[in-house]
Ligand binder design. Structure first.
Ligand code: GLN
Length: 479
């Protein structure tokens, strides 16, 4: 390959294509070659599509006609829970191993209209349940910065593909941190936008009131570019936000007040991560931003509320996998036995654990005690954030925390599910509240001899993604 595509930003790739420095075919060939070299070690992709070059040729024709748009000819990797009509999609599960999608997700239609080239589907924790991509039914993805460690999850395949240069950008999904946490572990930028800004139509659901699709890329501008293509109102998703409400502001500000809820991260953050976080805050202050201590009194209940709401929603969403309508079917002695055998064999351990938890939570007599209570707590947490952002008082513009309490951990290190759940402590609040949040690399830390990336997370008020991009870009200049 004569051109080092992996060193170019998305904007530079777009520019290179339009000024004919290289063709879409050459670009895709370049990426296929890197995948060929690296995927057998990193295991980021479950499948590389067999029509990549055909898609690229189509993009070239379009560019030649002068009809290209922003992403025409740009290769993109897709998490294995986003539907493309006619292609396999498994959500990392045996139960959907042979399933082919009957229609395309709205984000896929938008990317296709823009002329993007789909490289393949990336590995993930089964049904997006996990924080390490160890719980895929098929393979364990490795962290390109240290192959003995996890890439994070559940969109670990997407983050590892971008971090290892096997894709310039990728889509993931985020229910409790699954875009931002792997972005942090792999040294990428990851965006979970305001709930309802990106259509969920055609995303295999985990927790419907929490899920959002979003981009993982190398730079903030790359992620912003893709977000602007995939977002927008969709009649096929009843929770999608009308276009005339977005964006909530076009900010002219260049400096912001950044709130830091220190009380929230007294517990369990690695010293090195905290040092890197504080160093970044200092730099932001020297660039003219104001740093202010804030309190979010109820945010400490976030993870507890999440592990009630998410399994409750997951158990209802996963009820459709009955061995009759989709994927794996195991013949039993009667219909009930079919269900039991198909689901027993098709779902992995973590998925079965959450279905059990979810059905228990929603059972008669417990619904109010657990689900009702968790939703009441969700309201309190939302109120905390609204108050922190309150424009009529002395509210802050954004809130900052580390993205994760630790850098990437070792493969097999977190065998206790509860310790794995703690890895999402800082990312879950954005899903509980629906607020937009971005993870941006804040340099590296040393952990047991390995140099590993860590992420800085910024959370903004509803529909104020522009603040995330602005501050994210200042952080990029620091590190
Ligand atoms: N790690 C969290 C979980 O296991 C979040 C998953 C996600 O965001 N999809 O539920």
């Amino acid at each position: 390959m004569s051109i080092e595509f992996t060193t170019l930003s998305l904007a530079e790739l777009v520019e290179g294509l339009s000024s004919k420095d290289f063709s879409a075919r050459e670009l895709s060939e370049g990426y296929l070659k890197i995948i060929d070299d690296k995927n057998s070690d990193v295991d980021a992709y479950l499948e590389v599509f067999d029509d990549v070059l055909r898609q690229a040729d189509k993009a070239d024709k379009r560019l030649k006609r002068g009809e290209g748009s922003t992403l025409t000819g740009i290769p993109i990797a897709l998490k294995d829970n986003i539907l493309i009509e006619g292609k396999h999609v498994s959500a990392g599960s045996k139960i959907l191993e042979k399933y082919k999608a009957a229609y395309s997700a709205t984000v896929i239609r938008k990317l296709k209209d823009a002329g993007a080239v789909f490289l393949g589907r990336t590995n993930m924790d089964e049904f997006a349940m996990g924080s390490s991509t160890e719980h895929s039914a098929f393979t364990i993805t490795k962290n390109p910065h240290d192959m003995t460690r996890v890439p994070g999850g559940s969109s670990g395949g997407s983050a590892a593909a971008v971090a290892s240069g096997m894709a310039p950008v990728a889509l993931g999904s985020d229910t409790g941190g699954s875009i931002r946490q792997p972005a942090s572990f792999c040294g990428c930028v990851g965006l979970k936008s305001t709930y309802g800004t990106v259509s969920r139509h055609g995303l295999i659901a985990l927790g419907s009131s929490l899920d959002q699709i979003g981009p993982i890329g190398r730079t903030v501008s790359d992620v912003e570019l893709v977000f602007n293509v995939i977002r927008g109102e969709d009649p096929l998703d009843s929770t999608s936000i009308p276009n005339d409400r977005y964006p909530r502001e076009v900010s002219q500000d260049t400096t912001y007040t950044i709130g830091v809820p220190r009380g929230f991260f007294e517990r369990g953050v690695d010293r090195e991560v905290l040092l890197q976080f504080d160093k970044t805050l200092k730099e932001l202050e020297s660039k003219g931003h104001t740093i202010k201590d804030i309190e979010l009194p109820n945010v400490k209940y976030c993870l507890s509320a999440y592990y009630i709401i998410m399994p409750a929603e997951a158990s209802t969403n996963l009820a459709r996998f009955d061995g009759v309508r989709y994927g794996l079917h195991v013949e039993g002695e009667n219909l009930f036995d079919d269900y039991v055998k198909s689901r027993g064999r098709g779902f992995g351990k973590e998925v079965r654990r959450r279905i059990l938890l979810g059905t228990y939570i929603l059972s008669a007599g417990y619904y109010d005690t657990y689900y009702g209570k968790a939703n009441a707590v969700r309201r309190l947490i939302k109120d905390d954030f609204n108050q922190a952002f309150d424009v009529s008082g002395d509210g802050v513009d954004v809130i900052a925390t580390p993205t994760t309490p630790t850098p990437a951990f070792g493969i097999g290190e977190k065998s206790d599910p509860l310790s794995m759940y703690l890895s999402d402590i800082f990312t879950v609040p954005a899903n509980i509240t629906g607020l937009p949040a971005l993870s941006v690399p804040m340099g590296t830390v040393l952990d047991k001899g390995a140099t590993l990336p860590v992420g800085f997370q910024i959370t903004a008020p509803i529909l104020c993604e522009d603040r995330l991009f602005a501050i994210g870009k200042s952080i990029e200049q620091i590190h």
